[in-house]
Design a protein around this ligand. Structure first.
Ligand code: C5P
Length: 304
């Protein structure tokens, strides 16, 4: 990230990348209703959302989905709209300029991949660039933490240890290109419901551990997700989907965040495309080859 130097640059295109939680320990329920956690989280390159931000002279923030999707609300509750409004407010420009945002969504929502959070983070970076706002990185991080627990990580990107409710980050040095197979079932999981189920179950530790891929050597030996028993309570179809995926992939799978996506760690990056094609055919559901990348948001183009 770099602070805007002032002056509009025209339409800015950005990519918003998903996050994958490799190890997630839930430590307990807090007084504010959130849960303290400790997690190792990485950015992955696929599937990514794409965004175009165009400045205009009329105040206001408009969001359009490309292609249109009536299932996704584009009003005041959308993280993209909230992020843009808050940023314009902090820059003292809310009554003076506006932005039109076109968003192409490819990260499935309710999959535990932080799609909405990634869009919120991309909005902060792209709106700042499009309007040339003189707002520093610390302010973006501050806005991100208010928007949601995962938005700071999406802004940070790469690999990080997350603590607090997820907003406290410590960079972790990991090689890029760590490969996984990613599969998303038809059904989706609600994050608040999964955390509530974790409370109802009395705060379980997950007993399912998956050996970490070779490229994570020295960082973490096992992948484990304490939200997995809770997610399986909320969505009973998860366990069966995982079992079928593990047979199709020939290796164990770990739940992504609060679900419903699963990731299968792979040791050999070169075998990833073939493993994904084979697993897709056996599972009868698309299995996506993904790998870790260094960024959560990337500016991909500008017009002046
Ligand atoms: O922070 P965010 O709005 O993304 O969180 C969505 C919901 O997930 C929260 O309202 C809360 O129910 C749950 N959550 C939690 N503990 C966290 C993160 C999220 O309980 N650390």
């Amino acid at each position: 990230m770099s602070a805007g130097s002032g002056g509009r640059s025209g339409t800015v295109s950005a990519r918003a990348f998903p996050k994958l939680t490799l190890a997630l320990a839930v430590l307990g329920l807090r007084d504010d209703g959130y849960h303290d956690l400790e997690a190792l989280t990485v950015s992955i390159g696929q599937p990514h959302d794409a965004m175009e931000v165009t400045p205009h002279d009329e105040p206001g923030v408009s969001l359009e989905l490309v292609p249109d999707d009536p299932e996704v609300p584009v009003g005041d509750d959308n993280l993209v709209v909230r992020a843009a409004r808050e940023l314009l407010g902090r820059a003292g420009l809310v009554d003076r300029v506006g932005v039109g945002i076109a968003l192409t969504k490819r990260i499935p929502s309710g999959a535990g991949l932080g799609g909405g959070s990634a869009d919120g983070a991309a909005t902060l970076v792209a709106v700042r660039a499009a309007l040339g706002l003189d707002v520093d990185d610390a302010t973006l991080i501050d806005i991100a933490a208010d928007l949601g627990s995962d938005v700071p990580f999406c802004l940070h990107g790469g690999a990080a240890r997350m603590t607090g409710r997820g907003e406290r980050l410590e960079r972790v040095d990991l090689p890029l290109g760590i490969p996984f197979l990613l599969a998303v079932p038809e059904f989706r999981c609600s994050t608040p419901e999964v955390y509530a189920a974790w409370d109802e179950l009395g705060g379980p530790r997950s007993t399912r551990v998956v050996p970490a891929p070779a490229m994570l050597d020295g960082v973490v030996r096992e992948l484990v997700n304490d939200l997995e028993p809770a997610a399986e309570l909320v969505e009973p179809g998860l366990a069966e989907f995982r079992a079928r995926l593990e047979v199709a992939a020939g290796a164990p799978a770990i739940l992504a965040g609060s679900g419903s996506a699963y990731a299968v760690p792979i040791d050999d990056p070169k075998s990833l495309p073939d493993r994904a094609a084979e697993a897709s055919e056996r599972l009868g559901t698309e299995v996506i080859p993904v790998a870790t990348i260094s960024r959560g948001v990337r500016i991909s183009g500008r017009t002046t």
